[in-house]
Design a protein around this ligand. Sequence first.
Ligand SMILES: Cc1cc2nc3c(=O)[nH]c(=O)nc-3n(C[C@H](O)[C@H](O)[C@H](O)COP(=O)(O)O)c2cc1C
Length: 189
Amino acid sequence: MKVLGIMGSPRIKGNTDLLLEEALKGAKNQQAEIEKIVVDKLKITPCREYYGCLKDGNCVIRDDMDDIYPKLLEANGIIVASPMFFYGLSAQLKALIDRCQALWARRYVLKNLPDSARKGAFIAVGATRGKQLFDGSILIVKYFFKAFDVEYVDELLIRGVDKRGEIKEHPEALSAAFELGKRLVQKIS
Ligand SMILES: Cc1cc2nc3c(=O)[nH]c(=O)nc-3n(C[C@H](O)[C@H](O)[C@H](O)COP(=O)(O)O)c2cc1C
């Protein structure tokens, strides 16, 4: 059982990072093999709409996405984590998601992506308390997962946390992240 954490914040040891770390500890607690990728450290060109992927399911751009596609397809569970930037996901994470049009092409155009029983969860953190703060990002993550047949099964949405590491002042949020990681593995098993 593999759980992949996708860390969408450029701020290392920031709120997203710490929440995701806890979630992955929760998954490990349930005997999952865990891996975290820090999107900001990767070279991911935004989608250029060359549409090579419609021919064979592969993106024509050569960069760090080459290593990410297999990880996305091999993981039994995926946790996407992002800070809210202008009521959306970080640009780094959105670039990774857009490049998964190649997986969408495999599933919906070429119809050669095998069915899976994979599941995913979303962790998001923002500074404000806006009612609709997470709405757009939840939709994006749901359709990101759907592109390669991962079911959106859980979420943890934290409002009112801003400064680097401020999440440590909210131990209940960190334990909720740990529980989310545990639950994800239980839901897949
Ligand atoms: C470019 C930028 C845009 C932001 N936009 C929002 C926003 O629309 N709504 C919000 O609640 N917080 C917003 N924030 C605040 C971050 O979401 C908040 O500081 C969060 O805790 C950062 O998480 P991190 O430490 O994981 O990067 C923004 C921060 C930055 C840098």
